[in-house]
Design a protein around this ligand. Structure first.
Ligand SMILES: CC(C)(COP(=O)(O)OP(=O)(O)OC[C@H]1O[C@@H](n2cnc3c(N)ncnc32)[C@H](O)[C@@H]1OP(=O)(O)O)[C@@H](O)C(=O)NCCC(=O)NCCS
Length: 186
């Protein structure tokens, strides 16, 4: 049984670089703010669908102080030569109330300089594992249609997926209950 609050696992980026994946912690708010400041306008817009703003420490705290039941968040990182943690990306899912199936909204972000190296897929796969253990049946994500990176991560996961275009956004609905290689568009 996975305890999301104490989640710790190891993985490798596409080039073989070792990566740790662990549950987010309250004190990560400082690293999150620092990472946010370095992220491009484009990545911020792709993640939050709004222009980059001045994130406050309180806001960063809301992203890092999670209950690991209705809101699960993990960080991927590696160790510097000095043995210090260096953040690469963060992923999360938040349960959506009010539906018969247990459904959660997924989102993640990877530092610009480290995109396309497999970190987004690592975050997705580890959250998928935790979510399945917690009985989540569906992931939903709202993605800009030009966000090829995120769409690539979802496509390669091979989950039964429905995508609907709504108000200029792709609403991607992934079924976690089985693992068939189907991708259909309405
Ligand atoms: C989306 C995001 C999380 C993906 O993370 P990542 O670490 O780059 O993801 P991966 O490296 O695992 O996979 C990206 C895949 O998309 C592909 N891809 C990326 N950009 C692409 C493009 N412009 N055209 C075609 N394919 C593209 C990559 O080639 C890769 O596929 P491959 O593994 O088959 O080569 C990252 O790009 C990001 O943080 N973007 C900004 C924030 C964001 O968009 N968040 C998602 C909102 S829900």
């Amino acid at each position: 049984m996975i305890n999301a609050r104490h989640y710790l696992s190891f993985d490798r980026m596409k080039d073989g670089t070792p990566v740790f994946v662990r549950a987010i912690r309250r004190e990560d708010k400082y690293a999150l703010l620092k990472a946010y400041e370095h992220m491009s306008d484009r990545s911020i817009y792709y993640r939050f669908m709004r222009p980059k703003w001045q994130m406050s420490l309180d806001e960063a705290a809301r992203f890092t102080d999670v209950d690991f039941e209705s809101h699960v968040a993990i960080a991927a990182g590696h160790y510097s030569e000095k043995g210090e943690e260096e953040a690469l990306g963060i992923g999360r899912y938040i349960l959506l109330p009010g539906s018969k199936v247990k459904r959660a909204e997924f989102a993640c972000a990877v530092l610009d300089s480290l995109q396309n190296l497999g970190v987004g897929s690592i975050l997705f796969q580890h959250l998928l594992k935790i979510a399945r253990e917690q009985g989540v049946e569906e992931f939903i994500a709202e993605v800009l249609p030009q966000n090829r990176g995120m769409i690539g991560v979802f496509r390669r996961a091979g989950l039964p997926t429905r995508t609907i275009m709504e108000d200029g956004l792709l609403r991607v609905n992934m079924d976690l209950r089985q693992n068939r290689e189907v991708l259909e568009s309405d």
